[in-house]
Write a protein that binds this ligand. Structure first.
Ligand SMILES: NC(=O)c1ccc[n+]([C@@H]2O[C@H](COP(=O)([O-])OP(=O)(O)OC[C@H]3O[C@@H](n4cnc5c(N)ncnc54)[C@H](O)[C@@H]3O)[C@@H](O)[C@H]2O)c1
Length: 405
């Protein structure tokens, strides 16, 4: 049996393209699911991006106003890939229009906005999915299984970072990401949100945070919305102020688990670092083993299982058909999967949930729980004190049945 799903897209930037390619790939990567996304209606305020959506991506219709997408009777699911400032407005509008939605992280500029989107989704009973794509890497899914089955013992401490170089260049463009009104926080919401989701998915929710932040470059050349990308470098542009953090460091405590007392750890994020480029990595240390992974080596997992024996120290495992959804993409070990593939897996989890089959995706409640950690980190950085993280009912990070979508 096949299930036709009319897709709407709001914002045709980097993520908008990627969501579209994921929908297009899904029927061939997971043919037995019978899910048939149909690209119906895309909106962007930049006319050339609407043209790209209808011309190159294959959407049947295009608009400059996102409300036309939500009002389109053929649209059943919506990808919301707009800048953070619009997440709350569009997320709430999508829920009120009864559309299931896949929204990009961090879902709003702060935890209040994420909570409002969550409340609207709950009230409308729509399925939600969040762009926490790093969860789906086969090596990450394997580590999650190892942790759950106790192969690493009790996780005692965690180091995780997202060291990105997208703003390492001092003349790197002042995109919406650097403006508080448009983005909220800087590296915290943009990058540390991924780290918080990943370690919460692997280990346990975070319950307490202490943080500091810093801004490395106070000014950057202005970039108009909807032009170029946040990787752009502008040589002689007019300068504007950077209004949020370039770097954030946190000490965290995790909730206790069935294995015993909660782990502790350090999480860091930088968007101005020189060296790492998309260095989202973690090291988990347990009483019986350790695991280390970095997105820049997506297809490599370093494992140490057991404290003794002849194989002490890390062993490198190459991605292979035993790990996660790897076999859907490549037939044998060591053939590299890529970033786009993670979005195909994310699309599958979303549309399976829409079809009522299972709920393996990151939900809006997970995003709200992540936003609460980011908010606590901001409060700690401002006040210099440890902050308790309020629990979010329904946030499960995929461990038990979610309360809703
Ligand atoms: N999951 C990930 O790994 C990941 C990676 C990058 C970005 N993101 C998130 O995705 C979102 C978008 O980021 P991006 O890098 O694709 O941004 P981008 O700057 O490439 O694209 C944003 C698009 O939004 C459009 N836009 C602006 N105002 C609009 C409006 N009122 N209605 C419709 N469209 C409008 C712009 O014209 C532009 O085309 C952000 O929330 C970001 O945090 C997630």
């Amino acid at each position: 049996m096949t299930r036709d799903l009319g897709v709407g897209l709001i914002s045709v930037g980097w993520m908008g393209k990627l969501h579209s390619r994921a929908y297009q790939a899904l029927p061939s990567v997971y043919p037995e699911l019978g899910l048939r996304p149909r690209l119906v209606h895309a909106a962007d305020t930049a006319a050339d991006r609407v043209d790209y959506a209808t011309g190159a991506l294959g959407y049947a219709r295009g608009s400059s106003d996102y409300r036309a997408v939500l009002a389109d009777p053929e649209v059943e699911v919506v990808s919301i890939c707009a800048p953070n400032v619009l997440h709350r407005e569009i997320g709430v509008a999508a829920a009120e229009a009864g559309r299931h939605f896949w929204i990009e992280k961090p879902v709003g500029r702060d935890a209040r906005e994420t909570g409002e989107v969550a409340a609207a989704a709950r009230a409308a009973g729509v399925v939600t999915s969040i762009g926490f794509n790093y969860r789906h890497a086969p090596a990450v899914e394997h580590v999650r299984e190892l942790v759950a089955e106790g192969a690493l013992g009790r996780i005692t401490n965690v180091r995780a970072v997202f060291f990105s170089g997208y703003a390492a260049e001092p003349k790197g463009a002042l995109s919406w990401r650097f403006k508080r009104e448009l983005a909220g926080s800087g590296a915290l919401g943009d990058l540390l949100s991924h780290v918080v989701d990943l370690v919460s998915y692997l280990v346990a929710p975070i319950v307490e945070v202490s943080a500091l932040t810093s801004t490395v470059y106070a000014e950057r050349p202005i970039l108009p919305m909807g032009s170029a990308t946040h990787f752009a470098v502008i040589e002689d542009g007019e300068l504007g102020p950077v209004e949020n953090d370039d770097y954030a460091a946190t000490l965290v405590r995790f909730a206790p688990t069935a294995a015993g007392p909660g782990a502790v750890g350090t999480l860091e994020a930088s968007r101005t670092i020189v060296g790492p480029q998309c260095g989202l990595g973690f090291e988990l240390y347990g009483t019986d083993g350790s695991a280390a992974w970095n997105f820049e080596q997506l297809n490599e997992l370093r494992l140490c299982l057991g404290r003794g024996g002849p194989h002490q120290g890390y062993t490198t495992v190459l991605a292979n058909p035993h790990l996660g959804d790897y076999a859907r993409f490549q037939p044998g070990p060591g053939i590299a999967m890529g970033y786009d593939d993670l979005k195909v897996i994310e699309a599958k989890k979303f549309l399976l949930a829409v079809a009522g089959a299972e709920r393996g995706q990151a939900t809006i409640d997970d995003a709200h729980a992540v936003a609460q950690v980011i908010a606590a980190a901001e409060a700690s950085a401002a006040g210099g004190t440890w902050q308790a993280v309020p629990a979010v009912p329904g946030a499960s990070f995929g461990r038990e049945p979610a309360g809703h979508g």
